[in-house]
Design a protein around this ligand. Structure first.
Ligand code: FES
Length: 178
């Protein structure tokens, strides 16, 4: 068995930049530098709680036998409200304790904030912001910065969106902590 920190059977797609995040075979992978190349990290299992897992532990369960509950989605601070002006679209990088980044695309539309994942729905490259346009340079798909809808292919599905709100001058996205 290999002791490599990185999955030998990781995503076949090549990462295009540091911090790119993709979901592949029920795992979340983040790209990172290894020498002069970009590689995927070993990936983190995505756990969806089942009703039996999320139930409260019973009195008969001892601490050692108690199930380890998966992380729950919660409001996560992404930026200060002042960092995103009216009509602006920006990518904000949320860093974890290891310094890895997860990008969120935020737009302050006329009717409020919207938040999207930057993972292209074609083959998982990172979507970038250019002059308020969302573009994936792997195969030139474009997405609407207000709705996340695919505007031109090969991607046809919209970007994943997140509930987003502002509280006390902070922009909060509802997502799973990582
Ligand atoms: S991966 Fe984005 S257009 Fe192909």
């Amino acid at each position: 068995m290999s002791n490599s920190a990185f999955a030998a059977n990781g995503p076949t797609l090549k990462p295009t930049k540091v911090g790119q995040v993709i979901i592949w075979r029920n795992k979340k992978y983040t790209s990172m530098k290894s020498g002069k190349s970009l590689i995927w990290d070993k990936g983190v299992e995505i756990v969806i709680p089942s009703p039996s897992q999320s139930a409260s532990p019973t009195a008969s369960q001892t601490p050692s036998s108690a199930p380890v509950l998966p992380a729950q989605a919660k409001d996560i601070r992404i930026a200060a409200s002042s960092e995103l002006g009216s009509g602006e679209t920006k990518i904000f990088m949320l860093k974890d304790k290891y310094g890895r980044g997860k990008p969120y695309i935020l737009t302050r539309t006329q009717s409020g904030l919207v938040a999207f994942d930057n993972v292209c729905t074609h083959e998982g490259c990172g979507v970038e912001v250019e002059n308020k346009h969302l573009i994936c340079k792997c195969h030139n798909s474009t997405f609407d910065n207000n709705s996340g809808k695919a505007l031109s292919g090969p991607a046809f599905a919209p970007l994943k969106s997140y509930p987003v709100k502002e509280v006390n001058g902070e922009i909060l996205v509802f997502d799973f902590p990582w």
